[in-house]
Write a protein that binds this ligand. Structure first.
Ligand code: 5AD
Ligand code: SF4
Length: 441
């Protein structure tokens, strides 16, 4: 057996792709090992969403090159930096053997053989006509991911937000057919999954085929919810422009769908939303939130924010702060705008100075943290179902799991009896990023 080491950066789509790559490669005689220095095949599955991704990749590659097991070790760069940088990677890191884009991972076995035969550079960054999912053998899907599993249902993006590289690195929107997704969900549940996170760059733009009809996400969720042993479903990441009735209804009627939606807004200013090509206004976003809350009062939201997009004034930024207050997000990711080569935002002359971006980000993050702490503290005394995933790092007496609001919840359980189970927990203490409680039988 040879050693395989995959290091994953970035989003959950990449985590899922890494599982697929592992499943494609293992049958070729590989075992997963825990470090690059023990591996015969090293894959870096990269992310290109924000700055310095390429720089970080080259320094990581340098480290791997120095520590590699032997001369024969094959080094692969996969993911979105591979797609964006292409041949450039061989110029800057000639010891890399294979560059493979996210749409071409099904070709990995061939690429590995080619690289070992030719001892030269091998690249595949095409956007193939046949979707990547159709090219992979069935055995690659639905292998055990434990009690919490990812399932990619949609990939790519046609929205072209002016800050974003995704439409260029992941290509056009593609939805997998319903039956293929359902089969994979069944397999995941049979191998222990209690919750499934349906993934897509624009997951609620899902429009998959089912026996001649087109299904949307709401319909798909209701169908998957019929799998008896599956207890929780969530989906990420959604776009405000792709909301539809059946998804609202699924939240209202389907108890397995968790009451938590990650709905990135990016900015609270109509002017900036327009400049970002988001194609919706703040008011419309608030209407969506209002509609969800009316149908499902316990629903909560998280978001992504970008501060310092070109042209953002103090007033625009204040509007973002106001939106955080109004929506009361229970958590959110926030980033300084990072000009990505090839995107319209990067061409603009009115870039915001770095110091201002830094200062705004700190203020926004402080507010988000405050909202998160308030929400966490509001859980004290409540009973919440928690799916426990494992031991809590240093605290060997404790195990940790996730609430339906994606909060980390710990309990004392030295024997680990509740690992991989969903238990009702009465919350006793709450901090910034975790809760503590006791099983409530
Ligand atoms: N600069 C900063 N943040 C970005 N994101 C995407 N592109 C950029 C960029 N160029 C953020 C958005 C998106 C999240 C995945 O990453 O907030 O929702
Ligand atoms: Fe990027 Fe916008 Fe598409 Fe999201 S919706 S992946 S931010 S272009």
């Amino acid at each position: 057996m040879k050693g395989l080491y995959i290091k994953t950066y970035g989003c959950q789509m990449n985590v899922y792709d890494s599982v697929l790559m592992e499943n494609i490669i293992k049958p070729l005689g590989f075992n997963v090992v825990s470090g690059a220095e023990e591996a015969d095949l090293v894959i870096l599955n990269t992310c290109h969403i924000r700055e310095k991704a390429a720089e970080k990749l080259y320094s990581e590659l340098g480290r791997i090159y120095l520590s590699k097991k032997n001369k024969e070790t094959t080094i692969v760069v996969a993911g979105c930096v591979a797609q964006a940088e292409g041949e450039e990677i061989f110029k800057r890191a000639p010891f890399v053997d294979i560059v493979v884009g996210p749409q071409s991972i099904a070709a990995l076995p061939e690429l590995i053989v080619k690289a070992s035969r030719s001892k030269g550079h091998v690249i595949d960054t095409d956007f193939p006509e046949v979707a990547k999912f159709d090219k992979l053998p069935d055995e690659c899907y639905g292998n055990s991911q434990g009690s919490s599993a990812f399932l990619s249902i949609q990939e790519g993006c046609d929205k072209f937000c002016t800050f974003c590289v995704v439409p260029y690195t992941r290509g056009a929107e593609y939805s997998r057919p319903v039956n293929e997704i359902f089969r994979e969900a069944l397999k995941l549940v049979a191998s222990g999954a209690k919750e499934i996170n349906l993934l897509g760059q624009n997951v609620n733009a899902y429009h998959g085929e089912c026996e001649g009809e087109i299904w949307d996400l709401g319909k798909l969720v209701s169908h998957i919810a019929k799998i008896e042993k599956l207890e929780r479903i969530f989906y990420t990441t959604s776009h405000p422009r792709d909301m539809h009735e059946s998804l609202y209804l699924a939240h209202a009627q389907e108890p397995k769908l968790i009451p938590f939606v990650h709905l990135p807004v990016q900015s609270g200013s109509d002017k900036i939303l327009h400049a970002m090509n988001r194609k919706h206004m703040v008011e419309e976003y608030l209407e969506i939130i209002g509609k969800f809350r009316k149908l499902k009062p316990e629903i909560e939201f998280s978001s992504d924010f970008i501060v310092g997009f070109p042209g953002e004034t103090e007033k625009d930024f204040e509007e973002t702060m106001k939106l955080v207050e109004v929506v009361k997000y229970i958590q959110a990711y926030s980033f300084k705008y990072s000009p990505r080569p090839g995107t319209p935002g990067a061409e603009r002359k009115d870039q915001v100075p770095e110091e201002i971006k830094t200062e705004r980000l700190l203020r926004l993050q402080e507010l988000i943290r405050k909202k998160q702490l308030e929400f966490n503290q509001s859980m004290i005394g409540k009973i919440v179902p928690v799916l426990f995933s494992g031991k809590k790092g240093k605290h060997q007496n404790q195990i940790v799991g996730k609430s339906p609001y994606m909060q980390s919840v710990c309990i004392d359980d030295p024997e680990g009896n509740y690992i991989d189970q969903i238990m009702n927990v009465k919350i006793q203490e709450a901090w910034q990023s975790s809760l503590f409680g006791q099983v409530h039988l």
